[in-house]
Design a protein around this ligand. Sequence first.
Ligand SMILES: Nc1nc2c(c(=O)[nH]1)N[C@H]1C(S)=C(S)[C@@H](COP(=O)(O)O)O[C@H]1N2
Ligand SMILES: [Mo]
Length: 568
Amino acid sequence: MDSEQASRGPNPHILSPDEWKLEQGLEPDRLRLRNQSDLKIPLDTPNLASKNEAELRADAASDDDTFVVKDERPGWKGYVEWEDYPVKKAKAHQRFTRYKFPPPPEFQLEPVPGTNPVLEGVRWKLWHKAIGGDLTNVPEDSWEIVLKEKHPDMLHLLQFPYNGEPPKSLLTQEPITPNELHFARNHGGIPEIDAEAFDLRLDGLVNEPKTLTLADLQNEALFPRVSKLVTIQCSGTRRLEQISVYAGEGDEMINAPWAEGAIGTAKWTGVSLKKVIKYCGGLKDGTKHLELYGAETYFKGGECMNYVVSVPWSKVKANEVLLAWEMNDKPLPKIHGFPLRAVVMGYIGARSVKWLYRIKALEYPSRAPVQSKEYLYFQQQQGKHNQLPTMGIQIQEMPVSSAIMTPWNKEVVVHNGKIECTGWAYSGGGRWPERVELSADGGNVWYAVPLENMSSKHKFTWRTWRASVPCDHEGWTELLVRCWDNSLNTQPIAVRDSWNWGLHVTSSCHRVKVYSVNASRAATRARLEEFARREESFLPITRPTEFQTMSMDEYEKRWAAMEPRDVD
Ligand SMILES: Nc1nc2c(c(=O)[nH]1)N[C@H]1C(S)=C(S)[C@@H](COP(=O)(O)O)O[C@H]1N2
Ligand SMILES: [Mo]
């Protein structure tokens, strides 16, 4: 008898009543580690608070009680400057270490909660409250703005920082997304900045650093005004499909379980950043990147900072970075960056910085964590056990992608030989959908969406589409969509092909399982009419049919006309 058996005692085969759920992978969050190595591996973290409340850490050095976080400037509610003040950053970090915070919620190994908001963001709320001062009420203020500015039917994936997307039924009704339905992804609160108090600082390796007011930027004698239709897509779009096959990283910024709606298209109005740089006398030799600063407070690893990323100068030089103050001919909503945001055409949403207050010219890409440690595309074998930030490809242009909005996963579809589908298709980097194809048989036979059923093409936008895909067969089947862009790139077939630890870039074909009932077949039509005559619900399909589908007489008659089941 080995020591493990000994420790289980004389009766090693007593199962807990639900052990079968563990055996079958139905509750992976409760599985222990099966350690077959010679290493000792820690499995709990004593520094976490147990409940939904932060706890004061008894052993932490007491911080500077006179340190109070304040908004930086009058008329700039929700803007605390961190990047200019390393001492302030250090004090905030010290304040942070006084507390134990609860762990992030598990929603990948456990089922995704069925609530709306799906996730609350408890830790993020507590972090703001722990630092205190003018950050205290940021979570409540953010939610108030969401309720004012977003459509009542939004799916709120994360209450704070606010992340939300429109439901499938509303996402592609129009090729231009109404502002209140445009998805929103925030890494912190929603600053409320007065247009009159606002200005934009340009510094770093620009020849003539300047500070420009909104009125300066809007002065058409200085800068030509540009309007452009641009689709913004978050690199986390369709993450739910990756989660449904394999779990990945729950980063500090909770990786919201996005469905297909973290994408939207608007007419953005503003000026080209290239012209503004020119107005600042251009760039010093060797300058290659522009760092963009967003005004809200972001937390990473117990540090407070502003939201900072960068874009290459080559992108700006191509007039593909707008500084925008209007969205669909209306002032930018607060939640979308009022009074000024960047719109980086054909790049992932993360680079289109909202509440943009500073642009700094650099020789190299931003070292801020959103640029250097997040939005990375790892190779399949890189994960918690081995990944380094330098192993991931920094995601800029998204590959070609598409999604089916109707029908819905696991729906029963009764049709007359063709299934009607709607959806979107998009490609990053200034490529556009040339062809969209549907398959009703899991990806063997593909049918093209008629060109007249696709919305018009533009260099930086998606195309919405509708089509009927032939489906003679019945029973469970899988509908797939794929797009070919103008460079003839297309999408991998299986989710596993694009799966990665950061759960970004779900570029595989969107798959929707449906139960096909083809009413153009005589027997199926007769059965459906029978259900109607007897007023018996056809759903759920898993419920056994209550009426007899064949009388005993009919049964006997049929057998009399057939060869017997078994040969002599
Ligand atoms: N200041 C700031 N800008 C930001 C973000 C943010 O959290 N803060 N989120 C980025 C990400 S990840 C995306 S996908 C887009 C979303 O833009 P939207 O909220 O207007 O749809 O904004 C980007 N710009
Ligand atoms: Mo994003």
